[in-house]
Ligand binder design. Structure first.
Ligand code: NAI
Length: 331
């Protein structure tokens, strides 16, 4: 039997946490043959709710669960974890300045970086979900210098999956037959969902999405804005954020990172830029990646047309500004 893997979920008493922990417990993230010990962190005001989640995990009698740690102590939560999914953060409230929200999250991610650096298992893989996801991940990376930069990522897989979903709806094809869309940049409305290299598996073989959709106005307009603004559309409809799809996509992100992407398929992940595609180095930026042996690699050599170039640069600019804002909160 496999040794259990310790998986941390921060913000575990929140909405995404509530959707995510049963998925992990069912093997959606790491496989149905992989036992897990769940570590759940939240803050003292949510301690009672967190304990309620723990009670439900006991009640559900998940065979893969070999232990549950539910705590408001970051050190206890981070100790020995192999995977850390960072969902906890400070949400933007009405009337709050961007800088104030950034400042709250910078201090949370700075503190949790230290707890992870000192207490997580060696080679711990980190996925930041909480917004501003890219910049929270960057702060975590900066304040956990002994964790390799390649181990720190942020979630743009939800945006990637949303793009697959939109193409599948437009063409009336199975979503599993669509692949290789790309989300470039920030997990914000400046992100660029790119279909220029995406394909659909058809009875006549693999076909480019551009060839099948035959509607450039839609692909260059409504498709992009729908994906960029999908989060807001869900909040409007549900009066709550997209928890089910965020949790499911977080599982996809970790599963593909750990177990590998299928041959010929790439996915989008927010990773530490090495300057690929002339994206400034030193930002956490979403790129197309393939994964093998537990490591991601940025897909190289894709052609970037002028339309795309502008959009890659625009979202990079926003991330550089966020980075500067985050640093101004530190001083
Ligand atoms: P929520 O408000 O329901 O849950 C957040 C939880 O984090 C709360 O239980 C809160 O007590 C906890 N928390 C706050 N500060 C904490 C700290 N210092 N340590 C540990 N826990 C802390 O929010 P929800 O809907 O679960 O969303 C969580 C985050 O994920 C938000 O920042 C949201 O914007 C983001 N998000 C990101 C997506 C992505 O694709 N990257 C998609 C959807 C949401």
């Amino acid at each position: 039997a496999k040794e259990p893997v310790r998986v941390l979920v921060t913000g575990a008493a929140g909405q995404i946490g509530y959707a995510l922990v049963p998925m992990i417990a069912r093997g959606v993230m790491l496989g149905t043959d992989q036992p897990v010990i769940l570590h759940m962190l939240d803050i003292p005001p949510a301690a009672e709710a967190l304990n309620g989640v723990k009670m439900e995990l006991v009640d559900a009698a998940f065979p893969l669960i070999k232990g549950v740690v539910a705590t408001t102590d970051a050190v206890e939560a981070c100790t020995g974890v192999n995977i850390a999914v960072m969902v906890g953060g400070f949400p933007r409230k009405e009337g709050m300045e961007r800088k104030d929200v950034m400042s709250k999250n910078v201090s949370i991610y700075k503190a949790q970086a230290s707890a992870l650096e000192q207490h997580a298992a060696p080679n711990c893989k980190v996925l930041v979900v909480a917004n501003p996801a890219n910049t929270n991940a960057l702060i975590l990376k900066e304040f956990a210098p002994s964790i390799p930069a390649k181990n720190i990522t942020c979630l743009t897989r939800l945006d990637h999956n949303r793009a697959l979903g939109q193409i599948s709806e437009k063409l009336n094809v199975q979503v599993s037959d669509v692949k290789n869309v790309i989300i470039w940049g920030n997990h914000s409305s400046s992100q660029y969902p790119d279909v220029n290299h995406a394909t659909v598996n058809t009875a006549a073989g693999e076909k480019p999405v551009r060839e099948l959709v035959k509607d450039d106005a839609w692909l260059n307009g409504e498709f992009i804005t729908t994906v960029q603004q999908r989060g807001a559309a869900i909040i409007k409809a549900r009066k709550l954020s997209s928890a089910l799809s965020a949790a499911s996509s977080a599982c996809d992100h970790i599963r593909d990172w750990v177990l590998g992407t299928p041959e010929g398929t790439w996915v989008s992940m927010g990773v530490y830029s090495d300057g690929s595609y002339n994206v400034p180095a030193g930002l956490i930026y979403s790129f197309p990646v393939t994964c093998r042996n537990g490591e991601w690699t940025i897909v190289q050599g894709l052609s970037i047309d002028e339309f795309s170039r502008k959009k890659l640069d625009l979202t990079a600019e926003e991330l550089s500004e966020e980075k500067a804002l985050a640093y101004s909160c530190l001083s």
